[in-house]
Design a protein around this ligand. Structure first.
Ligand SMILES: Cc1ncc(COP(=O)(O)O)c(C=O)c1O
Length: 388
């Protein structure tokens, strides 16, 4: 049985071969595999510039820096996400605020965003950056959000950690057609894995140039030596205060090999999701995530929401399923309810949709190693829980 965890990586012989090849090579970091992975990521996402990172968290921090985020600037974030989506703005000393979610798509509510922007305009407290998340791989309404960004003059970062392989209006998530920067995560539960890792994508040369040096101590190698006045192999200068956010060659080689399997991974995940949808349709107590007709989800997650027909809470069914060796997870406790964020001043009832969702939502097992029998076992036990 492979459903005791809600997600899991899939590693094959090619992955092992590529990693071994790097271990036997001259470069364990800053070598050809990072370059190759970046090129292939640009191809896979249709973005002009791609950079590898040691996590999506470091890529998100870099994205904020690249867009010129300064202390005291405002950043708004969808409230239903992993904490890294908003921590990145706090690393820059920015002020953050959240936007509630839509209970059909589980993504940022565009209606709530519109209302909040109108109020913020009057108070002269508009955000510099909006960070959105394609929850579970389900694309947000990017066109509408982009229109708002033009009207109110803010930048957009897509935290696309869940959404490698997803499409919106026939274009690939990550191509930054409707945003300034997109970020992916390659944590083992995600669409592809590098162990730990992430990437940043943009079509803007200026943002790319800042991100490229920020991820490597703020060091620029593409400068003339102050001694010989020529570009020299051995010469570099630190231009800004950066970090070491680089991905090792070992991780990048795994990424190259995993990316070759992305279409296969997406297809299998979509097949399993469609099987869940078809077979859970007749269960009157749960809703599945609504994916707009103009989008395809990567289905990093398969999220269900216990609806008004049942007063059960998600933890009750999660504990029941756990006894059946079925692993589930909540994605997520709304960010403002974490103790750290409560200390900043956020309170219960600030974001009612996300709070209701956090009591009613759960992610079911969904990953490449599952077969039809596994999916049927999960469905059977969910229905059993509701007495169906
Ligand atoms: C939406 C979202 N953003 C950011 C992250 C951080 O990713 P990483 O673990 O690669 O830093 C995650 C990881 O779980 C995530 O789900």
């Amino acid at each position: 049985m492979t459903v005791n965890r809600y997600s899991s990586q899939f590693i094959d012989k090619n992955d092992l071969k590529k990693v071994k090849e790097v271990l036997n090579s001259d470069y364990l970091t800053q070598g050809p595999y990072n370059e190759k992975f970046e090129k292939q990521l640009s191809k896979a996402t249709n973005s002009k510039y791609s950079l590898t990172f040691n996590s999506a968290t470091s890529a998100l921090h870099t994205a904020c820096i690249s867009l010129g985020l300064k202390p005291e600037d405002r950043v708004w974030v969808t409230v239903n996400s992993f904490v890294a989506s908003s921590n990145c703005a706090l690393y820059c000393g920015a002020k953050i605020d959240f936007v509630d979610i839509d209970l059909k798509t589980f993504n940022i509510s565009v209606d709530s965003l519109k209302i909040k922007l109108k109020i913020a305009e009057k108070k002269k407290k508009l955000p510099k950056i909006l960070i959105i998340v394609h929850i579970g791989g389900n694309p947000c309404d990017l066109y509408e959000i982009k229109l708002l960004s033009k009207k109110y003059n803010f930048k957009i970062i897509e935290d696309a950690s869940h959404a490698l392989g997803a499409t919106y209006k026939k274009s690939k998530i990550g191509n930054c057609k409707y945003s300034d920067i997109s970020v992916f995560s390659f944590h083992p539960v995600k669409m592809i894995t590098t162990g730990e890792g992430g990437s940043l994508h943009t079509n803007d040369l200026k943002s790319y140039n800042i991100a490229k040096i920020f991820k490597s101590h703020g060091i620029d190698k593409n400068v003339k030596s102050n001694i010989t006045k020529r570009i020299e192999k051995w010469y570099f200068e630190q231009k800004i205060l950066g970090f070491n956010y680089r991905m090792s060659e070992i991780n990048a080689a795994l990424g190259v090999s995993q990316l070759e399997k992305l279409n296969k991974f997406k297809k299998k995940r979509n097949d399993i999701a469609n099987y869940y949808i078809k077979n859970l349709k007749n269960n009157p107590f749960i809703n599945t995530q609504f994916v707009n007709k103009n989008s395809t989800s990567s289905y990093h997650l398969f999220i269900i929401l216990i609806n008004k027909n049942s007063n059960k809470k998600n933890y009750e069914i999660m504990n029941f399923l756990d006894k059946k060796k079925i692993g589930t997870q909540l994605h997520y406790l709304p960010i403002h309810l974490h103790p750290f964020y409560k200390k900043i001043g956020y309170k219960k009832n600030d974001y009612p949709n996300a709070e209701l969702y956090s009591k009613k939502a759960l992610s079911l097992p969904l990953h490449y190693k599952m077969n039809n029998e596994d999916v049927r076992y999960v469905i059977k036990n969910i229905n059993k829980y509701f007495g169906i």
